[in-house]
Design a binder for this molecule. Structure first.
Ligand SMILES: [Zn+2]
Length: 435
């Protein structure tokens, strides 16, 4: 128990140091009236629906049994003298309503803290400690409007164990987990996975693995260099190995996400038929064009380089390489936007300095900095991510789940206000409300 208490104290300290209240609150119960008839009306001052289209003004949403029944534009606010409709059950006329967000690349079983000793202790901690941290990380996601996360793996598969555990069913944020990633023996990936057993091909290892995962994660390059700008690593697996692995995953009904930086590793990932390329630093224009052609999603995790630049500056190291790498990634993002690549927002939270939940807001800002409109950036964080995991909640339109986030103020203040959302609904049920 001593270790548990110490780590909990550390986690609370981290949150306090980020200027957030240490006290956590449980999901707020739905008002009784809404529970009784399972329906409600909402007036949204502004609606960003997740399609990438412009924000809409004064929108009325009707919700029934957790689904959006209708969406009506240009409704006069109910509080005015010429109100065209009865008062809504939920007046969000001074808020911007957006779809529930998805962070398409996280490591829930890791902390975003930069303290190496704490990171190691947590990596080696008993499952009970990790479980507590995962719950805490998910609360942070929910506080920032994130309703689903796609996990990129951990060395002991704790997130998958958490996601598959019956006792976690009541936890509102949807967790899609890979378990342990796959990497080639002797290459990068030990911290988030395992190599196939000696003598076993990657595809055979995937076929024989019985873990009930949501997707397969394969590591096909090294880490992006923080000391040598633009340096690239060789692929871990060749095209034949990777294609066979994607086929083996498909036989299990699972898509493949591939960690890949540099031209050759990304080319192999894309040509193999994977669902998504993660990171993709220095992948180059040809790969982006290939991804657009083949409908492969890119999860750029640009915020990691911003975090590394910040950490290096603080520790008296030279942040130049991380900062230039970030600039290059933003240029690749601008190119991806022009080419029509499906970009899904992912943060790699759990990496040093990349904090669960808060990093989503930073990554959104970086997408806008790269030239995406705010509405397009929201689409990357909602509809595109939801499509990636086969969910429908990312688009606020008739027939879809009433999974949304309300943020105080107009769209122009969104990135600031997302740090403390007004409320979060999942399938029509209120899960969080600012106190
Ligand atoms: Zn990752």
């Amino acid at each position: 128990m001593k270790l548990l208490d110490r780590i909990t104290a550390c986690l609370l300290k981290i949150r306090a140091s980020r200027g957030r209240p240490a006290k956590t609150s449980d999901p707020t119960p739905l008002p009784a009236a809404v529970i009784e008839d399972r329906g409600m009306t909402i007036h949204a001052g502004w609606l960003i629906d997740g399609s990438g289209g412009h924000a809409r003004r004064n929108v009325r949403l009707e919700i029934w049994n957790g689904y959006i029944q209708s969406v009506e534009d240009g409704v006069v606010p109910a509080s005015g003298p010429h109100a065209s409709r009865p008062k809504p059950d939920l007046d969000l006329s001074k808020c911007t309503v957006i779809p529930g967000l998805i962070d398409s690349h996280v490591h829930l079983a890791m902390t975003g803290d930069v303290d190496d000793a704490l990171r190691t202790r947590l990596r080696e901690a008993p499952f009970e400690v990790v479980r507590r941290m995962i719950r805490e990380n998910l609360r942070e996601h929910l506080r920032h409007g994130v309703v689903a996360v796609r996990d990129g793996g951990g060395c002991r598969g704790s997130t998958l164990r958490f996601a598959n555990s019956h006792q976690e069913r009541g936890q509102p944020v949807r967790v899609l987990a890979a378990g342990r990633a796959w990497h080639r023996s002797g290459r990068y990936g030990r911290l988030i996975g395992r190599p196939p057993a000696s003598g076993l091909a990657l595809a055979e290892a995937i076929r024989q693995d019985g873990e009930p995962a949501d997707h397969i994660k394969i590591v096909n390059s090294g880490l992006n260099s923080l000391t040598e700008y633009g340096s690239q690593t060789s692929p871990q697996f060749d095209l034949d190995e990777m294609s066979a692995a994607v086929q083996a995953a498909a036989e299990r009904g699972l898509p493949v996400m591939v960690h890949a930086n540099g031209e050759a590793p990304v080319r192999i990932a894309v040509m193999s038929g994977c669902r998504s390329v993660e990171h993709g630093f220095f992948m180059g224009r040809e790969n982006l064009a290939r991804m657009a052609d083949r409908g492969v999603t890119w999860v750029p995790t640009a915020v990691t380089m911003q975090a590394y630049a910040g950490n290096y500056r603080q520790n008296g190291k030279n942040p130049d390489v991380s900062r230039r790498t970030l600039d290059h990634q933003l240029e690749q993002l601008a190119m991806a936007r022009r080419l029509g690549v499906n970009v899904a927002l992912g943060t790699d939270s759990g990496s040093p300095g990349v904090h669960h939940g808060a990093a989503v807001v930073e990554e959104l800002r970086l997408l806008v900095q790269a030239g995406f409109t705010l509405e397009e950036a929201i689409r990357c964080a909602s509809h595109n991510g939801a499509k990636l995991v086969g969910a429908t909640f990312g688009l606020l339109e008739k027939g879809n789940p009433a999974t949304f986030v309300a943020v105080n103020g107009e769209p122009s203040t969104l990135s600031r206000e997302l740090k403390h959302v007004r409320c979060v609904f999942i399938d029509g049920v209120k899960q969080l409300e600012a106190g």
